[in-house]
Design a protein around this ligand. Structure first.
Ligand SMILES: [Zn+2]
Length: 238
């Protein structure tokens, strides 16, 4: 066991020497500088994406809370010449977000009907509000959980009074799912950060970075887990 571990470490040392050589060749070369720049650029992009994800996570969580107080429909009526008009809309209601887009249809709205452009509609939220079921005509088991995807091809302009059935696509997802998705990257970053804090603290206290064992007696190598510098690095407290 010990011999095996020693051999493994010997192998690691040889590998480290080869690595040092390779780095030495690259050092100062254009390729080395490029690699460093790419690493930094990648780091910055990842950090920016993490911050964006955190902002979206908080914003979605706020909309989630709002969706239980008030239903919202943001809809845009657009017109395609000689084809007709169509709605694109996002509905937020009772923990679910729905996105729906219709195919353009020849529909005549009475005077005073909805004009082209954006429309916002709000209503008091309630679990039994019929807006969502009306948009999701064919309930499936997934829709109990707030998920839906439909590609409706049927046309029934008179079907539901103010809500005619026209060919459309519908996506729906529950807020908990979206908030969880946006929370993944910030949670990973927080874990990395707290690990960094832990190892800095261990380094200050003269403990093994790998296992936390007190190394003040044996600064070169951890007697508990066998880690050598830099894992077992011990800095004298100033
Ligand atoms: Zn250790």
């Amino acid at each position: 066991m010990r011999i095996g571990a020693g051999l493994a470490r010997g192998g690691t040392r040889r590998k480290a020497a080869r690595h040092k050589q390779a780095v030495g060749i690259l050092d100062g070369s254009r390729r080395g500088r490029m690699a460093g720049m790419l690493r930094r650029a990648r780091r910055i992009l990842l950090d920016a994406a993490t911050v964006l994800s955190l902002v979206l996570c908080v914003a979605t969580a706020a909309l989630w809370v709002r969706s239980h107080q008030q239903g919202d429909r943001w809809a845009r009526l657009q017109y395609v010449p000689r084809v007709g008009n169509y709605w694109q809309q996002v509905i937020s209601h009772w923990g679910v977000v729905v996105w729906a887009a219709e195919e353009p249809q020849r529909r005549i709205y009475e005077e005073g009907g909805p004009g082209l452009g954006w429309h916002h509609l709000a209503w008091e939220a309630a679990p039994g509000n019929p807006v969502i079921p009306k948009l999701l005509w064919r309930p499936t088991r997934l829709e109990q959980w707030g998920f839906a995807y439909h590609r409706e091809r049927q046309i029934e302009l008179e079907a539901l009074g103010d809500w005619p059935i026209v060919p459309h696509d519908v996506f729906a997802a529950p807020y908990w799912f979206i908030v969880t998705l946006f929370a993944v990257a910030p949670a990973l970053a927080a874990t990395r950060w707290s690990r960094g804090c832990k190892s800095r603290k261990r380094s200050r206290q003269g403990r093994c970075l790998a296992c936390g064992y007190d190394l003040r007696g044996t600064p070169e190598r951890c007697p508990e887990c066998g880690a050598t510098a830099p894992a077992a690095k011990f800095r004298e407290p100033r």
